[in-house]
Design a protein around this ligand. Structure first.
Ligand code: ADP
Length: 248
């Protein structure tokens, strides 16, 4: 994906200024920066989640395979299947584990019969490293799982529709360190098949699992590069202050 001259306004307040970012395929791109700098706003532009926010206005372009996702003819439901999202707080539907994962494939008609649907559900749960823990209770409510399991269920739900990109907005911030380590390992696995864009407030996490890092500051994309370079040898003084812990 790419953004070109992307500006976002909430009413008269401009939250993002001329963001130009290339998101590499099958890598983890981390979005970092102080609270309020526009990371979540940027992430939500990528699958038009800002559409539902009143007063939010966007100019410029967001390209997915060179097609502008803001094109008026684009099917937003399809876009959100191609560019899935995992939120900060695990938010399984009030449905069974099975139905949480089957939901997307059902509405997009990805299975012709029950066997095919079963296969998609099982494979998605396996890819999300959850299947072994839940295989005997697929009919239990998704909300009966632990926090880390719920987040893996939400990841299984997102990947069940074969997205190209998965957006993650601080996916570990509601989890304990062990569950966080599990999700980090999972993200590292998932990048083999999906492009991942992740907002994180943890610089350690960005350093551990991302290959590219974008540093936002007050609505501007100040620096972007290989994760190792951004953390060990930042070019901009503001990035340097942030990654060294002087601000933020
Ligand atoms: P971050 O994710 O880096 O903490 P956000 O993208 O949430 O930053 O916020 C960027 C700016 O946009 C902030 O000034 C915030 O107050 C503003 N903002 C975010 N969401 C909304 C909203 N729904 N309505 C109005 N202003 C918002």
């Amino acid at each position: 994906m790419q953004t070109r001259d992307l500006n976002v306004f909430y009413g008269s307040n401009q939250a993002l200024h001329n963001i130009e970012l290339d998101i590499p395929r099958h890598k983890v791109t981390a979005l970092i920066g102080p609270s309020g700098c526009g990371k979540s706003t940027f992430l939500r532009c990528l699958n038009r989640m800002n559409d539902v926010i009143e007063n939010c206005r966007i100019t410029g372009s967001v390209l997915l395979d060179n097609q502008d996702v803001y094109n008026a003819n684009l099917d937003v439901v399809l876009l959100r299947a191609r560019v899935g999202m995992v939120f900060q707080k695990p938010n399984p539907f009030p449905k069974s584990i099975y139905d949480n994962v089957a939901y997307g494939p059902r509405i997009h008609g990805l299975a012709n019969n029950r066997d095919e649907l079963d296969e998609i559900v099982i494979e998605s749960l396996q890819r999300a490293r959850l299947f072994d823990e839940v295989k005997d209770r697929l009919k239990a409510p998704g909300t009966s799982l632990s926090g880390g399991q719920q987040q893996r269920l939400c990841i299984a739900r997102a990947i069940a529709v074969e997205p190209e990109v998965v957006l993650m907005d601080e996916p570990c911030s509601a989890l304990d360190p062990i569950a966080t380590a599990g999700i980090e390992e999972l993200i590292t696995d998932l990048k083999e098949e999906y492009t991942i864009v992740m907002v994180t407030h943890s610089m350690q996490q960005a350093a551990r699992i991302s290959q590219k890092t974008a540093y936002f500051h007050m609505g501007h994309l100040v620096e972007v590069g290989e994760t190792e370079q951004v953390f060990s040898n930042p070019i901009d003084q503001r990035t340097c202050d942030y990654v060294s812990g002087r601000i933020g």
